[in-house]
Write a protein that binds this ligand. Structure first.
Ligand SMILES: [Mg+2]
Length: 364
């Protein structure tokens, strides 16, 4: 496929209410959507690293710069033979995985359109029905959290995840478990604990948690290996896994039993598939993580979630979850805790324009 034109669109959509994690609060959904034109076909991609570099060193501004100055000039007007060729052409760029994923995800979309097959089949998925869970940000009170959990369970979500940090952890977990003894329940610490907290983290073994996500350093795989030896609950790595090699090393060290795959964090869908395949071989389970993408990214995540080693429910946010309005039509919605990867949707250009904060157009 020849890349004829790329639009880089910074979208800013207000959230219904702010989302608090141990990094701080977020009040709008900021994303970088790419619209890629190739020989009469158009496909969208997305990267969602957050407005500020609070999740990784990347942010909306760095993605825009790296796309505009380095990635797009490497492929514009050129013939690209799929995602593998694209990744080769931009391999001189160190890191900047979200920026690469913004365009790489659109290239898969172009391939799907050219082959007239759904994206999930092109990616190698096996079951279009994807289990979906819910990730709940920190709430002002425990009663507010319990109310939220109850609401999401009533909506059919298949797994509940809450955010924890030192001081807002044990009592919260105890209360949730007491209130909902049978739910599939996990916690995400977003790197807020230290290796010296091992004795504390061992206490979480009493609550039948599905997993503890990223308790230690965001760049660590060594301390997590020490922790996983001490705790019975599976450790899941998120922030620490940026590359296929990171996953290989984490598996080799025994740093985790589960890896959360965010296609933006690992540089796109091809690397996601490679990490998925590696984990499958090693008996390490996967699930799809989220960065609160627009509907465009959520549909891409749903397609990826159809691969067979995604054995845990995904963090895929439906259109009514966070944003006041989504940019796809119809809205992405779940039924009984499942999403269907065969969803037929269109990007709503009017809404996309409405929430465009900045656009840069690159033509061959
Ligand atoms: Mg996480």
């Amino acid at each position: 496929m020849r890349i004829d034109r790329v639009d880089v669109i910074h979208t800013a959509i207000p959230l219904k209410s702010s989302f608090r994690t141990s990094f701080g609060a977020i009040s709008a959904q900021h994303s970088v959507v790419t619209k890629v034109y190739s020989e009469g076909l158009v496909a969208y991609g997305e990267a969602c690293p957050f407005l500020a570099p609070i999740y990784s060193y990347e942010c909306v501004g760095s993605v825009q710069t790296v796309l505009g100055s380095f990635i797009i000039p490497s492929v514009l007007g050129k013939e690209i033979d799929g995602a593998g060729d694209f990744m080769e052409k931009v391999s001189f760029i160190k890191g900047n995985n979200h920026a690469k994923a913004a365009l790489e995800s659109a290239i898969w979309g172009l391939q799907a359109k050219a082959e007239k097959r759904p994206l999930w089949q092109v990616l190698g998925g096996t079951n279009p029905k994807v289990d979906v869970g819910v990730s709940i940000g920190m709430q002002p009170s425990t009663s507010a959290l319990l109310k939220k959990i109850e609401g999401y369970l009533n909506e059919g979500y298949r797994r509940i995840k809450i955010k924890i940090e030192p001081g807002e952890d044990l009592e919260l977990i105890k209360t949730v478990r007491k209130e909902f003894p049978d739910i599939v329940f996990m916690v995400d610490a977003n790197s807020s604990y230290k290796p010296t907290d091992i004795d504390f983290l061992k206490k979480l073994d009493d609550f039948n948690l599905l997993m503890i996500e990223q308790p230690l350093g965001e760049d660590d795989i060594v301390d997590h290996a020490g922790l996983q030896k001490e705790v019975k609950t599976p450790i899941c790595l998120d922030e620490s896994i940026h590359t296929v090699d990171d996953a290989r090393k984490a598996i080799q060290l025994g740093s985790c039993r589960i890896i959360n795959i965010k296609y933006g964090r690992v540089g796109g869908l091809l690397n996601s598939i490679r990490i998925h395949d590696l984990c499958k071989k090693a008996g390490v389970g996967n699930w799809i993580g989220g960065m609160i993408e627009t509907g465009i990214g959520q549909v891409i995540k749903t397609a990826l979630g159809t691969l067979d080693n995604f054995v845990y429910a995904a963090d895929i946010e439906t259109s009514d979850r966070f944003v006041v309005e989504d940019v796809i039509s119809p809205d992405l919605s779940q039924t009984n805790g499942y999403l269907d990867a065969n969803i037929e949707y269109e990007v709503d250009e009017e809404k996309l324009n409405k929430y465009t904060a900045e656009i840069s157009i690159y033509k061959a």
